[in-house]
Write a protein that binds this ligand. Structure first.
Ligand SMILES: CC(C)(COP(=O)(O)OP(=O)(O)OC[C@H]1O[C@@H](n2cnc3c(N)ncnc32)[C@H](O)[C@@H]1OP(=O)(O)O)[C@@H](O)C(=O)NCCC(=O)NCCS
Length: 154
């Protein structure tokens, strides 16, 4: 069982290193330091001693929608359940604040389908969720898969 905690300022450098390491292999989108600092309260981390070994974030878009973003687990710590613990924390947090649907845009649909996420047509997502997409070099030819999941107890 992993101890999932809210991220702290001191974690940001390591979180960016993890995220951008995978981003350089096109496994996820890169994040600038400013994006991470500004959204620091969205991020959950799992630490090994003081070192971040995994992170993930929940970003509220609207009354009924939040996005799970930037899931990254250090390569040699993958497959141990850290990603699962981070996704579970994001979903629990969504329910706690009263969000009834979470979604993700991902290159790893098989990972998210384990948690009950279902693939949807991106066009089904409200435009509000695209704010970040407008800045993406790939827009509008996004190759990520959109997935949604209802949140119980929202
Ligand atoms: C995807 C990622 C976050 C999963 O984290 P993790 O800590 O390895 O996940 P878990 O250990 O909780 O894995 C849970 C299960 O999902 C499976 N799984 C992990 N990654 C998977 C993938 N890409 N596709 C399908 N299944 C996957 C694991 O094998 C494990 O199965 P098991 O319980 O039968 O052994 C991690 O592999 C990662 O950081 N990848 C690189 C960055 C990335 O792709 N992020 C997601 C982009 S949106």
């Amino acid at each position: 069982v992993f101890n999932v905690e809210m991220a702290r300022i001191v974690d940001v450098g390591r979180m960016q290193e993890l995220i951008n390491g995978f981003a350089s292999r096109e496994e996820m989108l890169p994040r600038s330091l400013s994006e991470i600092y500004e959204n620091i309260r969205d991020y959950f981390v799992v630490r090994d001693d003081d070192r971040v070994v995994g992170c993930g974030s929940l970003h509220v878009c609207w009354a009924d929608m939040a996005e799970i973003k930037s899931m990254a687990v250090e390569e040699k710590r993958q497959g141990q359940g850290i990603g699962t613990a981070l996704v579970a924390s994001c979903i629990t947090e969504a329910g706690r604040i009263g969000i009834d649907t979470v979604f993700c845009l991902t290159y790893k649909p098989d990972f998210f389908s384990r948690f009950g996420f279902k693939i949807v047509d991106k066009m089904e997502l409200p435009r509000k969720v695209w704010t970040e997409c407008y800045h993406c070099p790939k827009f509008p030819d996004c190759d990520e898969v959109a997935m949604v999941r209802r949140v119980e107890n929202a």
